[in-house]
Design a protein around this ligand. Structure first.
Ligand code: ADP
Ligand code: MG
Length: 379
């Protein structure tokens, strides 16, 4: 079912979406000043669309003919890419549409995907204009690469597609509560961390996961979603008239049922934080999953800290995360496990849950990784 690998043409035409309110509100100015000269030099053509409201980008990529553009470039934070991914997955032809190459230029305050792409390209961890210029070069010199997508299902049967993270507890609290310090740019996360540390909260819930995809419910794993082409390029899918209505999650059973018996259920039920992360960076200066080397490895890195973790350990965790050294020595009551699927069942409806930095209702949720389902320009 897989066709030829996807390559960008020599003079590509990009659709560029800019969120003028991303980050400190300078995205459009920065695009004009720093990005346009690089695109001109590289003989890249583009159509610029400045978003006017939330969900405009989502509706646009859901409803429009995408064949006019060779890639969809997003200059914003992770929130606008999240809109684009979900808009593509809402299309009747999602199976083809999700292979449309995406690209990220950091223009928000949460620029985790941009920082990850910068890292995979072999560059040093940088922020601000330096990160923007690096990502502009990746956009012009890179090629489409498979991008992992996690398909999430909530108790109310809502499907959400995620390219970065799911967070519950400390991390999502900081992300959302620090919105009021938006004027600070990405510093808001460090500042918010210190504020939240002084008033630590714990959350009750059940966490379960499965490490291995070979023991799936059905033996026949979806060949498209779990076997990206071996040459590490985004394949162009030929559907031959076979249209699947929805992406199938072969590892999951309905949320109303207990997890399958070969899953692991975490014994403790009081957490300070739960984080599922699939890329290397959780923010421009948060090198949270140093083990991740590219966009399409097919692993969910599950991190959780139980209520027994001390404030000192948490502080140490966040301070050492900038350089990624938090994984070098063991931190008591912090666990890391690479998984293929997981389930979180909050026992009270408290706390903030975020997907790719966007708030979702706090309710039972589960998800599984689809290796290389999406496509993103990278080195
Ligand atoms: P940041 O990292 O600064 O938060 P994001 O890309 O995550 O930047 O964007 C934040 C939110 O802004 C997203 O939920 C997105 O849907 C929304 N958004 C996009 N365009 C606009 C707009 N023109 N006005 C207001 N909000 C917008
Ligand atoms: Mg955001």
């Amino acid at each position: 079912q897989q066709g030829e690998p996807y390559f960008l043409p020599t003079s590509p035409h990009f659709l560029v979406l800019v969120n003028p309110h991303g980050g400190t509100g300078k995205a459009l100015e920065l695009f004009q000043k720093h990005v346009i000269p690089i695109l001109m030099e590289a003989d890249v053509h583009f159509t610029l669309l400045v978003t006017e409201r939330p969900n405009q980008a989502r509706e646009l990529v859901r409803d429009q003919d995408l064949s006019r553009w060779d890639a969809i470039v997003v200059m914003s934070g992770d929130g606008l890419i999240f809109e684009v991914v979900n808009g593509l997955m809402e299309r009747p032809d999602w199976m083809v549409a999700i292979k449309k190459p995406l690209a990220i230029l950091p223009g928000g305050s949460g620029n985790a995907l941009a920082a990850s792409v910068n890292h995979y390209s072999g560059q040093q961890q940088v922020m601000g204009t330096k990160l923007l210029i690096n990502c502009s070069f990746v956009l012009c010199k890179g090629q489409p690469q498979p991008l992992d997508i996690v398909s999430l299902t909530t108790l109310s049967e809502k499907r959400i597609y995620s390219f970065l993270s799911l967070a519950w507890g400390f991390i999502s609290d900081v992300d959302i509560e620090s919105e009021k310090y938006r004027f600070m740019g990405s510093i808001r996360f460090s500042f918010g961390t210190l504020v939240r540390l002084t008033a630590l909260r714990t959350y009750r819930g059940r966490l379960s996961y499965v490490k291995d995809s070979t023991l799936s419910k059905t033996k026949d794993l979806d060949t498209i979603t779990n076997n990206p082409s071996s040459d590490n390029k985004c394949p162009v899918i030929q559907t031959d008239g076979v249209v699947k209505e929805e992406l199938e999650d072969s590892l999951l059973v309905p949320l109303g049922q207990p997890v399958p018996s070969h899953w692991t259920v975490v014994q403790e039920d009081e957490f300070v934080l739960v984080l599922a992360l699939y890329q290397s960076h959780l923010g421009a200066d948060l090198y949270t999953a140093p083990m991740v080397q590219n966009l399409g490895e097919g692993n969910i890195h599950l991190f959780y800290a139980t209520s027994r973790i001390s404030r000192g350990s948490l502080l140490k965790l966040f301070l050492s995360m900038e350089k990624g050294t938090h994984m070098d020595t063991e931190i008591a009551h912090l666990v890391h496990v690479p998984v293929k699927a997981f389930r979180i069942e909050p026992l009270q409806n408290t706390g903030i849950m975020t997907v790719d930095g966007e708030v979702i209702p706090c309710e039972p949720i589960q998800g599984q990784i689809h290796r290389g389902l999406g496509c993103c320009i990278s080195a």
